[in-house]
Design a protein around this ligand. Structure first.
Ligand code: PCA
Length: 323
């Protein structure tokens, strides 16, 4: 009798143990669930689960729901979470090389952005490694353009406007055009627009679509000034705790996510502009006067960036120019 009940109890316990020991990871991210970056992250998590035979279970927390955009890198670095996604240039103030892809007009197409990434990658990977992290993959945003409530024919038209910035470079641009910089991350952009906190900014048509900017703004100038990238990175301590086959599953899922993400970004470029037009916005090329003064401001930013980035910057720029 007693043996029987012990066996019965044991059966209950065994039934509660999953077939494979599962590792659960949290992945904080900063952009809306329906944005292509977040969709790509969801597919990445699914691949990692499948390829690891169910051993690695990554939960994606999109839209800054677990950590704010500017807190995610630290959260991974300090081991609060195992893996995360950030806009690389958000941490430019900490290490200048992360902001190479927001130097204006250095790489303005997907083909150029890919080359710039190849030049930037070894330096970025080295920096992350020194901080106990590993770069898994990057995906660009579509080319950046200028959103405005009123017509902008020259850079002077931006003077005094409340200019939304998302990183150090966009803040600096606001200053140089004589606008008021207001740093607002994507998760708060729709609200900032609705309450009139900002009236102008530079970003992709994709983020414009996410924030339904047509409810407040009328113009999108397709300046194509740069293509900033998001990066997904992992804490090395967390990675080391996985068995070799699961580590490989993660890296394979990351490689697939990078290829898929760059394709999604390309498709998103036209789809998002079409959505702006459908929303009632004017999508226009910048006037020659506007474009040439933006390029001058871009030159100032490039000079400032090179000074900040020192030898690391020179290494990446030299590699890029040689491609
Ligand atoms: N969208 C993000 C960063 C660059 C982009 O296209 C944002 O506006 O916050």
């Amino acid at each position: 009798m007693q043996v029987k009940s012990v066996l019965a109890a044991l059966a209950v316990v065994l039934a509660a143990v999953p077939a494979v020991a599962q590792t659960k990871w949290d992945l904080p991210a900063a952009y809306p669930v329906n944005n292509f970056h977040s969709k790509n992250l969801a597919a990445f998590a699914e691949d990692a689960k499948k390829l690891s035979g169910g051993k690695l279970d990554i939960t994606v927390h999109a839209n800054a729901s677990l950590f704010k955009a500017t807190e995610i890198k630290r959260a991974v670095q300090t081991g609060q979470v195992q893996i995360g996604e950030v806009l690389m240039s958000n941490i430019e103030n900490e290490t200048a090389i992360f902001g190479l892809d927001t130097v204006p007009f250095l790489a303005t197409s997907f083909a150029e952005a890919k080359k710039l990434y190849a030049a930037q990658k070894p330096v970025v990977a080295r920096k992350l490694d020194a901080q106990g992290m590993m770069l898994l993959y990057t995906v660009p945003w579509p080319p950046q353009g200028l959103f405005a409530a009123k017509e902008i024919n020259a850079v002077e038209d931006l003077k005094g406007t409340k200019f939304r910035a998302y990183n150090p470079a966009t803040s600096r641009i606001a200053e140089l055009v004589g606008a008021q910089p207001v740093t607002i991350q994507a998760a708060e952009l729709a609200q900032a627009l609705a309450t009139g906190v900002v009236t102008t900014f530079v970003t992709s048509a994709s983020t414009g679509r996410d924030a339904k900017v047509w409810e407040s703004l009328k113009y999108f100038y397709d300046v194509q000034s740069w293509l900033p990238k998001n990066m997904v990175f992992v804490g090395k301590d967390s990675l080391k705790k996985l068995d070799p086959a699961t580590q490989k599953a993660l890296l394979d899922a990351a490689a697939a996510a990078e290829t898929r993400g760059w394709e999604m970004a390309t498709e998103e470029t036209e789809a998002a502009k079409a959505a702006l037009i459908k929303g009632g916005m004017q999508v226009l090329p910048p006037s020659p006067a506007l474009q040439s003064s933006l390029k001058k401001i871009g030159n100032t930013l490039a000079e400032e960036w090179l000074k900040k980035a020192g030898a690391d910057g020179e290494e990446a720029i030299k590699a890029y120019k040689a491609m």
